[in-house]
Design a protein around this ligand. Structure first.
Ligand code: CDP
Length: 195
């Protein structure tokens, strides 16, 4: 069975948590595509070469969730050749037998426009910055500024800008518990699995 769940949305909206939960619920494989861009950003040197030669060691770095890695990721993510180098891997993953969940910025719009389920997970910038602050700590004002700066760059870039696919279900998690958001996502997937 091929079944792709595409989950997009701005920084720290809860995509990763929802993706892991739905992947576990339905037995699908999960790919955090942001980790690819974070690894390219942190590798240093020429980002295009880094994207073309990404290794499992690059993806195993323990600093990929840092604020610096998020910023580096969104800077290399504007480069069309970087995005092109990561495309085939993501598409292959999406069509692996047994089902797949991918989260990122352009999964429903560019990587898998034919995905069976598309979700756009969002929340207010303040709520998202608070969640990221709980994860990384530090100065809350800097975390909020970082989230806003990264969203602006991701939404404003020419190649694969962040936006909901026309047929995506939008889930605003500003006032939703993680359990409630996961249940909405699971209901949408179940509807498409058993029409
Ligand atoms: O976890 P968070 O939502 O904060 O970020 P992430 O999903 O790890 O993505 C980090 C950065 O990588 C984003 O701000 C984007 O610039 C870039 N990215 C992208 O351009 N396309 C994707 N499919 C995934 C991430």
């Amino acid at each position: 069975m091929n079944f792709t769940v595409a989950i997009d949305g701005p920084a720290a909206a809860g995509k990763g948590t929802i993706s892991r939960a739905v992947a576990a619920r339905f037995g699908f494989a999960y790919l955090d595509t942001g980790a690819l861009y974070r690894a390219v950003g942190m590798k240093g040197g020429d980002p295009i070469e880094a994207a073309q030669n990404l290794t499992t060691d690059d993806l195993a770095r323990d600093d990929l969730r840092s604020l610096a890695a998020g910023q580096a990721a969104s800077q290399v993510a504007v480069i069309p050749e970087v995005r092109a180098a990561l495309l085939a891997f993501q598409r292959d993953f999406a069509r692996r037998p047994g089902g797949a969940v991918l989260d990122g910025r352009d999964i429903g719009t560019v990587i898998c426009p034919q995905a069976e389920v598309k979700l756009y997970v969002t929340a207010s910038s303040e709520v998202r910055a608070h969640r990221r602050w709980l994860e990384v700590g530090g100065d809350a004002a800097i975390v909020l500024a970082e989230v806003k700066e990264r969203d602006a760059r991701d939404m404003g870039r020419a190649d694969a800008p962040l936006r909901p696919a026309a047929d995506a279900l939008v889930i605003d998690t500003s006032d939703l518990s993680i359990e409630a958001a996961v249940e909405l996502a699971c209901a949408e997937i179940a509807r498409h699995l058993r029409p």
